[in-house]
Design a protein around this ligand. Structure first.
Ligand SMILES: NC(=O)c1ccc[n+]([C@@H]2O[C@H](COP(=O)([O-])OP(=O)(O)OC[C@H]3O[C@@H](n4cnc5c(N)ncnc54)[C@H](OP(=O)(O)O)[C@@H]3O)[C@@H](O)[C@H]2O)c1
Length: 199
């Protein structure tokens, strides 16, 4: 089923994810702190099916994707009523340009993200690969590129997993945010691992 994805962010990761979603026939709303009209060039580079909106407009989409800096998470809370919304968390908890990490107090980064979007059904995905790897064709000669997912809501994970598989990736479900989230988050053992599942 074709869906609308609202992306909070319009940078490297937002564009990489949007490219795959558009190719699969989904609609995408990209957003940033800039007025939507200032995202004209970005939208034009993505082609049909992409539009620009405000973060509040993107937050109304069927599935919301977080592709924004960690420092901006608190701006998410007032955007919409997040209860039951399916949200993909592609963020990493870097707080400086030299990749220092936020102190998470022993929690998984996505558990901290979830605090900012109360009631949402959060699935962590798309955060492990450098954007140039993520934007490439997921079908390699020997098989499909792996996307790791984690989350505490089975139905949301199924919905996100099915969507990602239809983009051409192979999904590996790592379990809950507390367990899997920690494996795939920045500096975790699976961070930056470009894994191909052999056909
Ligand atoms: N780059 C990678 O290879 C990579 C890989 C995996 C995960 N990630 C993670 O993905 C996230 C995005 O990274 P990126 O490389 O795409 O960064 P980026 O290229 O700097 O893009 C960030 C985007 O977020 C927008 N933004 C900032 N604050 C916002 C807010 N409050 N509301 C809405 N949009 C906002 C920015 O636009 P304005 O500043 O104009 O608002 C920009 O369009 C980060 O958490 C990063 O750690 C990055």
């Amino acid at each position: 089923m074709k869906k609308t994805f609202g992306i909070i962010g319009a940078g490297n990761i937002a564009k990489a994810i949007a490219g795959h979603l558009l190719k699969a026939g989904h609609s995408v709303i990209l957003s940033s702190r800039k007025a939507p009209s200032l995202l004209e060039d970005t939208i034009a580079s993505l082609g049909d099916g992409a539009i620009a909106g405000t973060p509040a407009e993107a937050a109304q989409a069927d599935i919301v994707v977080l592709a924004m800096p960690w420092s901006q998470l608190s701006t998410l809370t007032p955007l919409t009523n997040w209860t039951d919304r399916v949200v993909i968390d592609a963020t990493n908890h870097f707080i400086t340009s030299d990749f220092q990490l936020a102190d998470l107090g022993g929690r998984a980064s996505s558990e901290v993200v979830a605090d900012h979007i109360p009631g949402a059904r959060l699935v962590k995905a798309f955060n492990t690969l450098y954007f140039k790897v993520l934007e490439a064709n997921p079908q390699e000669t020997i098989g499909k590129r792996v996307i790791f997912i984690s989350g505490d809501h089975t139905n949301a994970k199924t919905e996100v997993s099915t969507t990602i598989e239809t983009l051409g990736f192979s999904v590996v479900d790592l379990g809950t945010l507390a367990v899997g989230g920690k494996l795939q988050q920045a500096k975790g053992p699976l961070a930056a691992l470009n894994l191909i599942r052999k056909s």
